[in-house]
Design a protein around this ligand. Structure first.
Ligand code: 13P
Length: 262
């Protein structure tokens, strides 16, 4: 079977319910004809927009930007896996750089969420990435290995096939971020792939590895060409349906050649 190409966008704290619905309707219209056997297209809106989004997402999978590791209880401000199931979520984003660096999430918390997401039938999308300081100190590879090993602790090789991992260097993300040069991203994806294979054996080679951080129309092609890049996780450049669609049109033929016919 051909490897899945995964293309998604994290909307962070950006669109309202109305804006999310308009966006998804337009994106679904633009992408409705794309074959889905080897493409997973997803969008991760704000929590408040999920319910309305699930009514109009069409062929676009929906994700949540975070999730509690408990089903219910005294966890003010958290969202339960049961609540996410109610609103049609299939992907749970875990350990995004902004969660780790603004809200203090640790690898241990990410790990609890990964295990909880798996046990509730979601696809966990674990995000990892080094800071500029860690890169400057020459410890980026170690940081990536630690984030994967600790974040995926207790995941079985049988469940590994249900994971997605995004490499998002912290210094590359958001306004003011610098996109990773393809050579650099390629090196780090190779480190991540080796670590996933060491953890899960052959199943580690099948886990979709996405690059994220200032992806745009100019750099999406060179990034998609990298051997260990199976998809892109995009912020700002995907927040206009036409802009996201142009990126999709640019990279799909590249992934098709890399991954082979389905
Ligand atoms: P940008 O593409 O806006 O840099 O954001 C990337 C990101 O954080 C995706 O999760």
């Amino acid at each position: 079977m051909a490897k899945m190409c995964c293309l998604g966008s994290n909307n962070k704290m950006t669109m309202t319910i109305r804006e999310t619905v308009d966006y998804l309707r337009a994106l679904d219209f633009l992408t409705a004809q794309l074959p889905r056997e080897s493409l997973r297209l997803f969008f991760i809106p704000s929590f408040t927009a999920l319910s309305a989004a699930s009514a109009c997402a069409g062929g676009i999978d929906l994700g949540a930007q975070n999730m509690c590791w408990e089903e219910r209880g005294q966890f003010t401000g958290e969202v339960s896996p049961l609540m996410l199931r109610e609103v049609g979520v299939s992907i749970v984003e875990i350990g995004h750089s902004e969660r780790r660096h603004i809200f203090g999430e640790t690898d241990e918390m990410a790990n609890r969420k990964v295990l909880c997401a798996l046990s509730h039938g979601f696809t966990p999308l674990l995000c990892v990435g080094e800071t500029a300081e860690q890169r400057a100190c020459g410890i980026a590879d170690e940081i990536l290995r630690i984030q994967l090993i600790r974040g995926l602790r207790g995941v079985s090789a049988a469940d590994a096939g249900r994971l997605m991992v995004a490499y998002e260097p912290v210094w590359a993300i958001g306004a003011g971020g610098t996109p990773a040069a393809p050579d650099y991203a390629g090196e780090k994806h190779a480190v991540l792939r080796q670590t996933l294979c060491a953890l899960f054996g052959p199943a580690g080679a099948e886990i979709p590895l996405l690059y994220g951080g200032s992806v745009n129309l100019e750099n999406c092609g060179p990034l998609a060409l990298l051997p260990e890049v199976d998809g892109l996780f995009i912020g700002r450049s995907a927040w206009e349906p036409a802009g996201f669609y142009r990126i999709i049109q640019t990279v799909l033929p590249i992934f098709k050649i890399k991954n082979g016919p389905c």
